[in-house]
Design a protein around this ligand. Structure first.
Ligand SMILES: NC(=O)c1ccc[n+]([C@@H]2O[C@H](COP(=O)([O-])OP(=O)(O)OC[C@H]3O[C@@H](n4cnc5c(N)ncnc54)[C@H](OP(=O)(O)O)[C@@H]3O)[C@@H](O)[C@H]2O)c1
Length: 264
């Protein structure tokens, strides 16, 4: 199936690994010029080289910028003036008690998870509207719905993202620009793999056993009852990037294996 994306240009925040990296690879395969991002030149160069090796003829570039550093974000804009596709993917979280979460952790998570999308959209959305084509995609989380008690701060950043995404979609009325939110469930990114193997070592068991008990005890509504692969999430993202999704705007697209439950 041709997603009709050849020649488009995409920027994906926080994409040297995980869902962002997998999405970059799929977009490159579709002939999109992709700008990936991370905090250090080492990780960015490695990711660019890996993608060049994995996808023949990949037009891939790297931009180093820490979304917790406003000067670095400003510098990013001077290096990349226009994009057709903006994927607000960067996200950080801490698992900690609400009562012990310092203000700085709240600020960091809002700055990286939420304000990154505000700043990138303020810069790129007007240009998309001028061109009358564009895609902005926010990567939320099942936590926006589940609000695990050890991730209240993270969950609120993702819930706020839904209002931002819907509000921006309203600014696209009558155009061929769309703004949508994707809701991944637990996904086997590098971070999740580390979480499973560290917990397995700690409990003297296997990562598979940790995964099974996670779904039995913590993600009880999951219908999938396993972590999604990064490719399962990325394939939904690239559909929303494509022209095939042109009637989907201001929407929330769940790839959470049913974990958030409900009928909406
Ligand atoms: N994995 C899951 O289970 C899951 C579930 C639901 C939602 N999500 C959401 O999906 C998105 C991607 O998650 P993931 O698990 O794929 O991520 P990940 O594997 O943890 O990757 C994190 C990426 O973000 C970059 N990064 C971290 N802090 C950054 C910052 N301040 N500025 C710029 N880049 C930064 C890292 O790059 P460097 O290390 O190179 O800086 C890396 O490329 C996030 O928004 C997350 O909240 C994930």
């Amino acid at each position: 199936m041709d997603l009709n994306l050849r020649g488009k240009r995409a920027f994906i925040s926080g994409s040297t690994s995980g869902i962002g990296f997998a999405t970059a690879k799929m977009l490159l395969t579709e002939g999109v010029e992709v700008y990936i991002n991370g905090r250090s030149s080492e990780t960015v160069i490695k990711a660019v080289n890996d993608l060049k090796t994995q996808v023949d003829g990949a037009k891939v570039f790297g931009l180093v910028a820490d979304f917790n550093n406003p000067q670095e974000v400003e510098a990013l804009f001077t290096q990349l003036s226009k994009v057709d596709i903006l994927i607000n993917n960067v996200g950080i979280y801490n698992s900690q008690s609400f009562f012990e979460t310092p203000d700085q952790d709240w600020k960091d998570q809002y700055q990286v998870n939420f304000m990154s999308g505000v700043h990138l959209s303020q810069y790129y959305l007007p240009k998309m509207l001028q061109k009358n084509w564009g895609r902005i995609i926010f990567i939320s989380s099942e936590c926006a719905y589940l609000v695990p008690t050890d991730m209240i701060s993270y969950s609120t950043t993702k819930a706020a993202m839904h209002a931002l995404s819907r509000g921006l979609a309203q600014l696209t009325k009558g155009s061929d620009v769309t703004v949508n939110t994707i809701v991944p469930g637990s996904t086997l990114s590098e971070g999740a793999k580390d979480f499973l193997s560290n917990k397995a070592k700690l409990n003297g068991t296997t990562p598979m056993a940790v995964e099974a008990s996670f779904f039995k005890e913590e993600r009880t509504q999951s219908l999938l009852e396993r972590f999604a692969t990064v490719d399962e999430v990325s394939s939904a993202i690239i559909y929303i990037c494509s022209s095939l999704s042109s009637a989907t705007n201001g929407s929330v697209f769940k790839v959470d294996g049913g974990s958030s439950g409900g009928v909406l």
